[in-house]
Design a binder for this molecule. Structure first.
Ligand SMILES: Nc1ncnc2c1ncn2[C@@H]1O[C@H](COP(=O)(O)OP(=O)(O)OP(=O)(O)O)[C@@H](O)[C@H]1O
Ligand SMILES: [Mg+2]
Length: 308
């Protein structure tokens, strides 16, 4: 199946000389939710801005639904809706006029029923006659989403859609993203809330210092890199881990009360049973035990941690 977005050997050096993208290759599959993660300044917004034709690439090729974003800009852009990271919506226009105008910009005939549906879905219907400048930040963000969807794009970019958004709206947005995906829209989002990517994405891409360092199915990523931990709350505190256990991936908490055993979530054998037996043999008893699994956040942090 042909990918809906294809990025090949893309680089970007800004006029300042800063090399923001250092050779990006990336394929986005039709109909997926793709989360692009990376620390501040990694190049996420630059990449999205190039795909959306807002920033010129230095070299490389980007195809959106088969259309070259430079040579065939209009056709490519008409497929794409963008909710930018920076809101630029302070205007005297009303919500209703703004969203209808956006649709017109793409040469689409007026469709009041569609705009009404969008505004209702985004809980903006009551605000349709308000001027944009009179809306709260979260409402403005929703207007940006309505604008981005007004021309019925097949690809939707959400650059940090939930930054500064309250819990309820965030949940509404997740639902909306799932509905859009169900209707066939491909969604690419960036977020610093890793938990959001964990909940929503089919695939995860990690970008760091202008390079894609990983692209993987979310489920695979979590299974491959995920670690599990078993914590044992000890009957009596230990001063140190006994010599005999030096070979085990064990850590002792500062207060000596808890032993933490880390094991591979993928592994066939966890090694827990023999460990517990050996601990028992050495008279190390525990009151209780609990286990935990590393989150996508742990995985992400370990991936982008810079050697200093
Ligand atoms: N217009 C510009 N001129 C010069 N440098 C820029 C420009 N825009 C971005 N940069 C630089 O390019 C790099 C990547 O920025 P970009 O906005 O793409 O990062 P990001 O991954 O979106 O970060 P964030 O998570 O903070 O939004 C940064 O070092 C930034 O300073
Ligand atoms: Mg950004």
């Amino acid at each position: 199946m042909q990918s809906i977005i294809s990025v090949q050997a893309l680089t970007k050096a800004y006029a300042s000389g800063h090399q923001a993208l250092k050779g990006i290759d990336l394929d986005i599959r039709r109909g997926e939710i793709f989360a692009l993660l990376g620390p501040n300044g990694a190049g996420k917004t630059t990449l999205i801005s190039i795909i959306c034709g807002i920033v010129n690439p230095s070299s490389g090729v980007v195809l959106a639904d088969g259309h070259d974003i430079v040579r065939d800009y209009r056709a490519a852009r008409s497929k794409i809706g963008l909710v930018p990271q920076e809101l630029s919506t302070d205007s005297f226009e009303t919500v209703w006029a703004t969203v209808n105008f956006s649709r017109g910009l793409f040469g689409k005939p007026a469709n009041p029923a569609l705009v009404e549906k969008l505004l209702r879905e985004l809980s903006l219907w009551d605000k349709r006659d308000s001027r944009i400048m009179a809306l709260s930040g979260g409402m403005k963000r929703r207007v940006m989403i309505a604008k981005a969807l007004s021309h019925e794009p097949q690809i939707l970019f959400l650059d940090e859609p939930t930054a500064g958004v309250d819990v309820e709206l965030r949940r509404d947005m997740w639902e909306m993203v799932h509905r859009l995906r169900a209707s066939g829209v491909t969604i690419i989002l960036t977020t610093h809330y890793i938990e959001e990517a964990e909940q929503m994405a089919d695939r995860i891409g990690v970008i760091s210092q202008g390079r894609i360092i990983l692209v993987e199915e979310k489920a695979r990523l979590m299974a491959q890199l995920g670690k599990k931990q078993l914590s044992l709350q000890l009957q009596s505190p230990l001063a140190a881990i006994p010599e005999e256990f030096a070979q085990y991936p064990l850590e002792l908490s500062a207060d000596g009360q808890t032993l933490v055993y880390t094991f591979d979530a993928q592994g066939e054998q966890t090694g827990i049973a023999p460990l517990l037996r050996r601990l028992g043999d050495h008279g190390i008893d525990f009151k209780s035990l609990s286990s935990s699994e590393s989150s996508l956040e742990d995985i992400f942090v370990s991936l982008v941690r810079q050697p200093r």
